[in-house]
Structures are given as C-alpha cells and as structure tokens.
Design a protein around this ligand. Structure first.
Ligand code: DGT
Length: 171
C-alpha cells in the first residue's frame, strides 16, 4: 500500500490510541490507499501491533542487535499481538476485525538467546518481536493463547467467515 506507515504510526501513537485501535487504523489506512486505485475491487488491509503489558509497542527489528534487545524486553513477560483486518468495497469499510493473541515468554538464558539468533537472524527480520512461532520461535514461550493465524498476522477465521457471507468464498 502506498502509505508512509511510520509517519502514520507516529501521529496515531501521539493520539495515544489503544494498540488494537492502532492496528485497526493502520489496516484501514493501507486498505483505503489501495481501494482508491481499485474502486471496483474488494480490498483487504491488515496490520499487526505488538503491545507489552505496560502499553509499549514494538516494530519489526531492523538488525540482529535490535532483535536481541526486543527479545530481552519480552523475556519473562506476557505480551499481546493485535492483528487487524479491514475489508473495503466501493470506497467504504464494510467489515473490520481485530484478533488478539497473548504470548508468555520464558526467562531464557543469554546463551540460549545467542544460539537462537545465530539460527534465526535474519529470517526473523520481518517479524515483530523477533520470532517465527511456526518455526524455532515456539521454543521462546511457556504459554500461548490465541490462534497461530493471529500471531502470523491475520484474523483469518473471522475473515474467511466474512468472505463466505459475501459469497466471495464457497460455503
Ligand atoms: N511468520 C510469522 N510472522 C510473524 C510472527 N509474529 C509476527 N509476525 C509478522 C506478522 C506481521 O506481518 C509483522 C508485524 O509487523 P508490522 O506491523 O510492522 O508488519 P505488517 O505486516 O503488519 O504491516 P507492514 O509490513 O508494516 O505493512 O510481523 C510469527 O510468529 N511468524
């Protein structure tokens, strides 16, 4: 989507939006930008926000060092992943949904973290929080509540139900 997401995030964060509202607003922003170019199409926008228990949010790590910092910040704590999706038809948002996953990170050792990053960087560069739960990332956690789809970035089951209601997918 042709949007400056960093600038949008900065201004939305300045409004002190709750993480789930931030994810929804960014998903909407991206979907609207694409829908303006394709007014006759059904457009799906998505975004995910990682929020810590104190409200701090993270972005995707841009270096191994940043991934290490993020994982040390998450260590021994529970954080939330808010995955938002917005559907737009004829310029109007016709459906939106935010799904939450809660992930409790183990108090892993520094040696574990270095071995993990030796194996997983840079593959985790596209993952906020520095993990791929579908791969070795699962070894970071002691408890996970929520669907794998919501962790990987989409409220997939509610979206599929909506696409069936719209007749876009077979029931
Ligand atoms: N494959 C995988 N991806 C993950 C996992 N945890 C988070 N992610 C990905 C899903 C999202 O694409 C991304 C969330 O960070 P961002 O909000 O910056 O990326 P997003 O794709 O939402 O939008 P953007 O790339 O900024 O347009 O991290 C995971 O465990 N596995």
């Amino acid at each position: 989507a042709p949007v400056d997401e960093d600038a949008a995030k900065a201004s939305l964060r300045a409004e002190r939006l709750a993480p789930r509202d931030l994810a929804d607003a960014l998903a909407d922003l991206k979907a609207q930008a694409v829908a303006r170019r394709h007014p006759d199409r059904l457009v799906l926008g998505a975004d995910q926000i990682l929020a810590l228990d104190d409200g701090t949010t993270l972005d995707k790590p841009t270096s191994r060092a940043e991934a290490a910092d993020q994982l040390r910040l998450l260590r021994g704590r529970t954080h939330r992943l808010l995955s938002a999706a917005v559907l737009i038809a004829e310029g109007r948002a016709i459906w939106r949904h935010v799904e939450e996953a809660r992930l409790s990170v183990r108090a892993f050792s520094d040696a574990f973290l270095e071995d993990y990053l030796d194996a997983e960087w840079p593959a985790i560069a596209g993952c906020v929080g520095g993990y791929r739960v579908e791969g070795r990332g699962v070894t970071l956690f002691e408890r996970i509540e929520g669907t794998q789809a919501a962790i990987v970035g989409l409220p997939l089951l509610p979206l599929l139900a909506q696409l069936r209601r719209l007749g876009v997918m077979p029931s």
